[in-house]
Write a protein that binds this ligand. Sequence first.
Ligand SMILES: C[S@@+](CC[C@H](N)C(=O)[O-])C[C@H]1O[C@@H](n2cnc3c(N)ncnc32)[C@H](O)[C@@H]1O
Length: 376
Amino acid sequence: MNRNFHAAPFDDATKVKLRLYRLYLREWLPVFLARKTPFRQVVNIFDFFSGPGRDSTGEPGSPLIAVQEVFKHRGLILSGGFKVRLYLNELDKAKFQQLSETLSSEKSNSHLEIVFSNRDFQEAFELWHPLMDEAANLLFLDQQGIKQVTDSVFRRVATTPVTDFLFFIASSFFLRFWDHESFRNYIKIPREEIHKVKPSGIHRVVVDYYRSLAPEKTPYYLAQFSIKKGSNFYGLVFGSGHSLGIEKFLITAWNLDKERGEANFDIDDDRITPGQGHLFPEMARPKKTRGFEADLRSRIGSGDLATNHQIFRHTLSKGFLPRHAREIIAKLMREGKVSRRRFPVSREAMKREPVTVSLLRTDVSSGESDERLNSH
Ligand SMILES: C[S@@+](CC[C@H](N)C(=O)[O-])C[C@H]1O[C@@H](n2cnc3c(N)ncnc32)[C@H](O)[C@@H]1O
């Protein structure tokens, strides 16, 4: 993903990134615009690294994607009296010029206000950060490399109310440049952390690092999506202070990666061919899914997760959806390990009183004792 990548058609890795952005916007916008009682009247999308709007073949980049997705809600925006604003920033003069021309016909829309800026990211961030108060915000930080989303930027975004963010990071850089002294100003991840995984797992290490920076007091959710391009690994980091935000992101991620909800390649080297029979059916399930099952069983058995509310939150924090937890609970019931009764793990159930797990046996683990499966 080089400096002049808009002079060529978007490559497959960029298309995956933009698809995730589009699908997430599709989930996120109705959360605020389709509510019976509006929660926030101002809905902002901040695209801090906009590019020129399209690639060389005319394929929409992030600015046009946002325009198209917002347009679908035109009726709701106008009838609900919402103010929807798209903030676009691009540093490069030529790209900025092109961006303004590409979007010139959109400037006078009644349902969407577009604000342009031709600044360095840090300056644009300082300028626009106060506008995030009292609004619902989505930040797209499609930086080149790794340098712009600093620890301080990350912390400030993560503590801004009603704000979800999606940022891109060239995680392979952590592997390639760790030994360069200048680079280490940006890298706070210890060398042994970086080298304890295969290159394909580097984005997970990077996201774990950001997890360590996330606010502790309130629940804060982070999720990842790894993107392989050639022999390099990039990725998206998603953050939200709300379980609905993370659930929506995970729905998007699991739609793109049906096996693990996490990558555009076989990140755990499972080598599963859908539809192909297996001598050991268990081996036809991704390691990540088996690891989650082992983790959930052990936490339920130990009492660490004692209610459906706790299981719901834990499931999302591990990058899984409520349906994955429900399948495991149903299995435990069939195995006679927890009592058969209504035990809903869902967003709806979070609005009602918690239901406590009723264990019939303390040993609820299956044969999944492999520690390595628990690592992610
Ligand atoms: C990966 S591209 C973004 C692509 C865009 N999201 C799209 O869909 O076409 C990164 C963009 O950030 C711009 N850029 C690089 N450094 C920047 C900075 N410090 N502040 C703002 N923009 C910057 C580049 O000119 C480039 O257009």
